[in-house]
Write a protein that binds this ligand. Structure first.
Ligand code: ADP
Ligand code: MG
Length: 371
């Protein structure tokens, strides 16, 4: 089931009376979530991810705009009739019910022609439990399960009604690091197996990048960019998106474009063609993997230390024009590269496709023209 958002907007009255005005939680969203894909809504806390999900599920009513499931306009359809399965960060299981009864719960209230026999319900519960691999746990109470197992029960409960759409709101946030990794792979597996259109909300770029077919990067109720994770990483439309994706984060410098050159401070790091004229002040952002150690390289940095992490070597260095919060440049080079630690400096040349320029005022990307 594809989901189409048309000029979707949600405003909340501002609780802070002194500020006045509305909070625009979701501003004019206009995009399509393709059928059968796992799509990540990604952005910092407060950017409108949960509100978007709640609008799609019907828990919130939009201020303006429409929502379509396939060709059906569901904007006015009550939540229960939309056929969505919901999973939240807090698993919201019923503590006094067994796993079996928790999963069966949504089936018990089905009325009319949807009403199921006891045997049919049991069959469905077992199928859902088997899908998330908790067959052995059906007699337990939630308190007898680990966090990861509880989250699987919540997913089974969302799947048992065979929803048209599965909505997951930060489903991994309550799990420890190891379980988070495991459970995100589970979500990927279950989505592939069921082919249900799934929207996965997270503030963790690593999580979204690793399992989603598509990501939607959001900031303050605005949709910034949508695309395949690698495409968005390789081709960010603005500084926010460039900074939000990637670990270690992208390195941002003060720079300029002048006389066909891209400068970081006074270092002319690349020859570039743009449609700007004169001197243009920019932010220059370089991915950690975009640095090449090169004695004759144009970017002249003060050498800090080396960090060896398995096959990668991270060089920590400094440059006067760096404005990243960390205060140091993080560059990852192949461990075959050596750097003379007795020296106080290190020079780099840069891989052109790992370097982006952004307008200093608008923070929008300034594209280099090929050739
Ligand atoms: P996220 O899930 O990305 O953290 P939310 O969708 O929860 O963000 O919130 C987006 C914005 O809308 C925030 O500024 C939040 O304070 C505001 N907001 C969310 N729900 C309400 C509400 N019921 N009443 C007023 N403001 C709300
Ligand atoms: Mg939220």
């Amino acid at each position: 089931m594809k989901i189409v958002l048309k000029n979707l907007t949600k405003k909340f009255p501002n609780r802070n009376k002194k500020q006045g005005g509305d909070v625009i939680a979701v501003n004019n969203f206009d995009f399509e979530i393709p059928d059968g894909k796992l799509v990540g809504l990604l952005g910092p806390s407060g950017c409108g991810k949960s509100t978007t999900l709640n609008l799609i599920s019907g828990l919130e009513k939009p201020t303006e705009g429409k929502i379509f499931f396939g060709e059906d306009d569901v904007t006015k359809l009550p939540a229960q009739q939309r056929g969505v399965g919901l999973v939240f960060q807090s698993y919201a299981l019923y503590p006094h019910l067994t796993v079996f009864k928790n999963i069966r719960f949504p089936l018990e209230n089905l009325k009319g022609e949807d009403k199921l026999s006891k045997e049919e319900m049991e069959k469905r519960v077992k199928e859902a439990a088997s899908l998330v691999q908790i067959d052995e746990l059906l007699d337990r109470k939630p308190s007898e399960l680990s966090g990861g197992q509880q989250q699987r029960v919540a997913i089974a409960r969302a799947l048992v009604k065979a929803p048209r759409v599965l909505l997951l709101d930060e489903p991994l946030s309550n799990l420890d690091a190891r379980l988070r990794l495991q459970t995100r792979e589970e979500i990927r597996r279950i989505q592939r197996k069921t082919d249900i259109t799934t929207i996965f909300v997270t503030h963790d770029q690593d999580e979204a990048m690793s399992i989603c077919d598509l990501i939607v990067v959001m900031k303050s109720g605005e949709m910034m960019q949508m695309g395949r994770p690698q495409d968005v990483y390789d081709d960010p439309v603005n500084l926010f998106v460039a900074k939000f994706l990637g670990t270690p984060p992208i390195n941002v410098f003060e720079g300029k474009i002048e006389n066909g050159g891209l400068f970081i401070g006074d270092d002319r790091v690349l020859d570039v063609k743009t449609d700007t004229s004169g001197t243009k002040n920019v932010y220059v952002a370089v991915r950690p993997e975009g640095f090449i150690i090169d004695d004759n390289g144009p970017l002249k940095c003060e050498l800090g230390r080396l960090e060896v992490m398995g096959r990668d070597v991270s060089i920590v260095s400094k440059h006067a024009s760096l404005i990243s919060e960390s205060g140091t440049i993080r560059s990852i080079v192949n461990s075959d590269n050596t750097v003379d630690l007795s020296l106080s400096h290190v020079n780099f040349s840069l891989k052109p496709h790992k370097v982006f320029a952004f307008d200093k005022e608008t923070e929008e990307r300034i594209r280099f023209i090929d050739g």
